[in-house]
Design a binder for this molecule. Sequence first.
Ligand SMILES: Cc1cc2nc3c(=O)[nH]c(=O)nc-3n(C[C@H](O)[C@H](O)[C@H](O)COP(=O)(O)OP(=O)(O)OC[C@H]3O[C@@H](n4cnc5c(N)ncnc54)[C@H](O)[C@@H]3O)c2cc1C
Length: 428
Amino acid sequence: MVIGGGTAGVRLAQRLAATAPAGTVNLTLLGEEPHAPYNRVLLAEVLAGRYGPEVIALPPVPGGERRGVRAVRIDRADRLVRCADGGVVPYDRLILATGSNPVLPPLRGLRRPDHDGLPEGVHAFRTMDDCLALSAAVRPGTRAVVIGGGLLGVSAARALAERGAQVVLAQQGQHLMERQLDRAGSRLLRNQLEAWGVEVHTECRVRGLVRTADDTRVAAVELADGFRLDAELTVLACGVRPRTGLARAAGLDVRRGVVVDDELRTSDPSIHAIGDCVEHDERLYGLAGAALEQADVLARLLTVDPSARYTGTRSLTRLTLGALAPGARPDGPSEASPDALPEVAPEVPLDVAAFGETTPLPGDDTVQLTDATRGTYRKVVVRGDRLVGGVLLGDLATVGTLARAWEDDVPLPPTTPLLHLLTPDGGS
Ligand SMILES: Cc1cc2nc3c(=O)[nH]c(=O)nc-3n(C[C@H](O)[C@H](O)[C@H](O)COP(=O)(O)OP(=O)(O)OC[C@H]3O[C@@H](n4cnc5c(N)ncnc54)[C@H](O)[C@@H]3O)c2cc1C
């Protein structure tokens, strides 16, 4: 039985159906969300109005899934899962694929003792329901504030701008997408967002939410220096935290995530865990690539290859920030960019890919190419004879070759000039 009908749970169900000998697996997949399973990575495309929700549906789960059902307790002694609707599902083997929850920042005015959910006008950006609610609330000219300048915040800001909203992105850190990009890459990304009409503030801490006079909804966001930004819509994109409540209540070993070994087994040998909820080798991933790889390894391990092991994922982060419909924001960027890096035309989508260590250590070699005319930036970091990281913006022609060299962790050819790593033919 699998709890969680997201990226990891659905992939596992598909792989088990494909590899298990007929009749050997009787799978129940429980998912709390009422929608058909979908590709979460593409939610911003739905918010942008580029795709309908049905376009991002995942391939059907063989045997179907039980939707809109939340597991509320694991009874390990009797091997039962109890559901919010009163249902009880027995299991021989249980797989937790419960994903993560959005982090709610400690903002004044966010939580109220008499109210469980988020205040009116404030949205998280994690689920299809979040996305549909945001989509219903946004209109051309809506004043929106996105709190958080990581991958989620950047995607949400771009999508809302594409819908014609006046977007301010407030990022507490020094630059955008700090986990993935180096400073120069992040500056180019900022230029692009500004060209799309998003007002970007870095090193900008939000301290509270301000309600309307009649106290029915949030109307503004208050910054640490007291300045108030009008906000008909506020999006919280402040990171995610593994969803571990069920596992913890069942007495499983939980640190930051549900602790698993190389067989993706929790501290109870009949319970496995995969995806965002997992902590493996003291690492949390929070990325689709790792969730898929864990699901693939576990499916093999449970069916055809008991010796299969998960030893970690070297996962590439890839994102396409789509084109702004011409004329959607006729007033253009809010301020001229102070950066020397190129601005790209608003109609052109920006592809971003990053992997590994993008900031060199002393002694590392760095190769960097900036093309001001085409608005591209490419950089790789090499340590000894290994590629340890890279950032590509605007031109992803070499991403496949680079990602393979990094994932395989093999020595780079000694005779190839490093510059050739950034050319599509690898210098051949
Ligand atoms: C907007 C957005 C953009 C993203 N973009 C990227 C990207 O570009 N690249 C990338 O690598 N990653 C990206 N991610 C992260 C990626 O989506 C996750 O890493 C991936 O979905 C993790 O898969 P999962 O199955 O572990 O969790 P999820 O896909 O979150 O699925 C978990 C499911 O379990 C259900 N569930 C939880 N508890 C219960 C319960 N008790 N009972 C029943 N059901 C339950 C949840 O409702 C949910 O449907 C993005 C995420 C978001 C939100």
